[in-house]
Design a binder for this molecule. Structure first.
Ligand SMILES: *Cc1c(COP(=O)(O)O)cnc(C)c1O
Length: 411
């Protein structure tokens, strides 16, 4: 297809037309899986040019990719997937795929943080990201400053006061209390600093359908594609997207060294899931909103945590400004603490007891004893992770069946 036609197609069409040429897969309507580890060159000159481009000695032409060399560098299924992912993220021009969300985050940190620089991040972050910061970034010589999610003044001050900041890392909404951080405000603070730190957003909870960080000025968007992008709780994957091709190119060059590109079979699975991510997320968000709003006020529930039920005017403002829909995660705080939470989880018949989120099936977990069990008592208090808290990731089932299941489990 001509670049011109491709450029004006809307995302949900482009995801099906970009990146894949059936003629390169013997006419197959779906891409073939290319499991080869190495690729054959037609001439020694072609091999020389491919190595010169990958080695950075000569620039690639616009939209040119080096010929395939070796699958740790790139392979056809990664290229197809990366091209198909781009239209889904508003304003992205390039994507890079990784073999987990943690691999994408880790590669972003090591590509853009340097010893002697600092990094400002919102807390709480996904547990693995917090551990990565403490176990590797700090010993690597990066000074880190944590600010509570949603504390706009605190984040402004931390960015302004930071010495040689290289990264501002935001996870919004934060897990499990769904506190939101104002992305455009963080971008403005980062732009005011002479060091111009990169603003990165872990967009796993609401993206790419409901929240568009690049449009709000962020530099890099990161995903655990294990969650909504793949959507069936059957694979582990990650992705990074940016408006600036140089940032993605730099991450790809680190990916070659770290050996953490997504493998061909997983790329093939994930690109088949992309055309339905909006359908799934819209249905999941509608289900979650109906359930959260119906359960709110139940005598055995102290509090339902969900964006449409926010009380804090600043949180409401951020939600309305930066999210198209509230998403499919909510938390219930049960009266009766841990015994009540455990009884509830034991009695659920449709929702399954598991961590993770974003799949088509509804999952429920007890954050205090599972996903957040390594947090200190002080962190649990700050992040409102109480004994009675249960987190729900809503799937695509009929919401009335889910409501009946929750009501019977409440007893
Ligand atoms: C799951 C998750 C990650 C880690 O992703 P993996 O694919 O499990 O490596 C990072 N951030 C958030 C917000 C997540 O939910």
């Amino acid at each position: 297809m001509s670049v011109e036609l491709e450029n004006h197609l809307r995302p949900w069409t482009a995801v099906l037309t970009r990146g894949f040429d059936p003629r390169l897969s013997v006419g197959s309507a779906r891409p073939a899986v290319f499991r080869s580890s190495t690729y054959v060159f037609a001439t020694p000159e072609e091999a020389e040019r491919a190595f010169d481009i990958v080695g950075g000695r000569i620039p690639a032409g616009p939209h040119e990719r080096a010929e395939l060399i070796y699958s740790r560098i790139s392979h056809p299924n990664a290229e197809i997937l990366e091209d198909q992912m781009v239209p889904l993220e508003a304003e992205a021009t390039e994507a890079a795929v990784f073999n987990s969300g943690m691999a994408a985050i880790m590669t972003a940190f090591f590509a853009f943080a340097r010893p002697g620089t600092s990094m400002i991040y919102t807390m709480p972050l996904y547990g693995g990201t917090t551990k990565l910061i403490h176990a590797f970034l700090q010993p690597f010589g990066v000074t880190t400053v944590a600010v509570m999610a949603g504390d706009g003044d605190g984040l402004d001050r931390a960015i302004a006061a930071a010495r040689a900041p290289s990264i501002v890392f935001i996870e919004t909404p934060a897990n499990p209390h769904l506190r939101m951080t104002d992305i455009p405000r963080a971008v403005e603070a980062a732009r005011r600093h002479p060091a111009r730190p990169l603003v990165m957003v872990d967009n796993t909870f609401l993206g790419p359908v409901f929240q568009h960080p690049l449009k709000l000025g962020a530099d890099l968007v990161l995903y655990s594609a294990t969650k909504y992008l793949s959507g069936f709780s059957d694979m582990i994957a990650g992705a990074a997207l940016s408006r600036d091709p140089a940032l993605i190119q730099q991450m790809r060059s680190y990916r070659v060294l770290f050996g953490n590109i997504l493998q061909p079979d997983e790329c093939w699975m994930l690109d088949g899931r992309l055309p339905t991510v909006s359908l799934r997320m819209n249905r999941q968000s509608k289900n979650a909103q109906r359930l959260a709003e119906r359960l709110n006020g139940h005598p055995k529930i102290l509090r339902v945590i969900y964006p449409t039920l926010f009380q804090d005017p600043e949180q409401i403002r951020i939600f309305l400004r930066q999210c198209d829909f509230p998403g499919a995660i909510f938390s219930l705080e049960l009266a009766g603490g841990k015994p009540a939470a455990f009884d509830f989880l034991r009695r659920l018949k449709i929702a399954r007891l598991a961590v993770s989120l974003g799949g088509v099936e509804t999952l429920a977990c007890h954050p205090k004893t599972t996903t957040h069990s390594s947090d200190t008592a002080e962190e649990m208090e700050q992040f409102a992770i109480t004994d009675g808290l249960v987190r729900i990731s809503v799937g695509v089932e009929d919401w009335e069946d889910l409501l009946e299941d929750f009501l019977q489990a409440l007893g």
